[in-house]
Design a protein around this ligand. Sequence first.
Ligand code: EPU
Length: 332
Amino acid sequence: MLKENNFDLSTRNTFRMKVRCACYVEYESAEELAALPWDELPKPIKHIGGGSNLLFTGDFPGTILHSAIRYVKYVDLGLDEVPVVAGAGVEWDALVEELCSHGLWGAENLSLIPGEVGAAAVQNIGAYGVEIKDLISGVSCFDLQEKRPCKFSVGECGYGYRESMFKDAGGRYVITSVLLRVSRSPRPRLEYKGLAGIDASSPMAVREAVIGIRRSKLPDPAELGSAGSFFKNPVISAADFVRVCDAAPGVTVPHYLLDGGFVKVPAAWLIDQCGFKGEREGGAAVYEKQPLVIVNASGEASPGDVLELERRIVATVHQRFGVSLHPEVEHI
Ligand code: EPU
């Protein structure tokens, strides 16, 4: 176990914000987590994963917890479906690569998403027509309120678009491991337009195609700090969609129809229409190739730079289109 006071978090968040926390604890097992000296730890307590979907808005006065539970167990019953248990601290993409290398289908569309297994299950990560909830059958947790382990079936996790019961519970449940189901028989998911016509002969082939798309659109976290998509794609009513169309005369507004007459409009398009590509605020900037992403362009961006750019984008999109953008990135 690692326990350090006044800890520098700059290597623990992919936005590379130079912030500190009063105490940082990294534990290696569910037992170690349960045995932490809870009364002594500086409050509040906040759990993070790979730090790839969060923005520290300043120094954190309490304790940051991080899981180093890093086992992967296959329950091979000789059936087509293979249950896999992964510790919350396993790097998500390393797991995807391992599953693909074993020829197991299910996770390949979620290739190259930064972060760790536990946080992936909290956020219900999604890409190219698949969400992690499609693979999850259960989640093991530690209840910080009752200080005891507990389990949830996928139905109890309350999953929606980047939503879950874990988010709503405000950090009460710390995920310690996730039970996924992958399959031996092919089940390629190629509905996302960019995947049409790709080589889908193996999960590894699909993974490589997905990696190619992501590399062409999204910044490489090793080179440029960011937290991926900064905003969620807004879901609006049909009447609001008509207003968006009216505000962009002569242009076909990209959109996806959802149940109940709702329409999802790409936030990237709304931000792009407002001319924000490449826009800078101090050390922060809107990524040129995908305006849904805010990057730490100088490497020295402060939380204030990012927050100001966020504020300007939200205000401009609202003024022009009457649509409210909401951050996908968690602000801490
Ligand atoms: N677009 C523009 N200008 C641009 C780029 C995109 O107008 O410069 C418009 C286009 O109409 C394009 C549309 O935005 O068709 C959507 O872009 P894209 O298909 O790249 O996906 P996205 O909606 O921007 C979402 C997820 C991504 C995920 C991709 C692929 C959210 C918030 N983001 O992005 O997830 O990888 O779909 O499935 O739902 C993340 O969560 O961090 C993330 C990267």
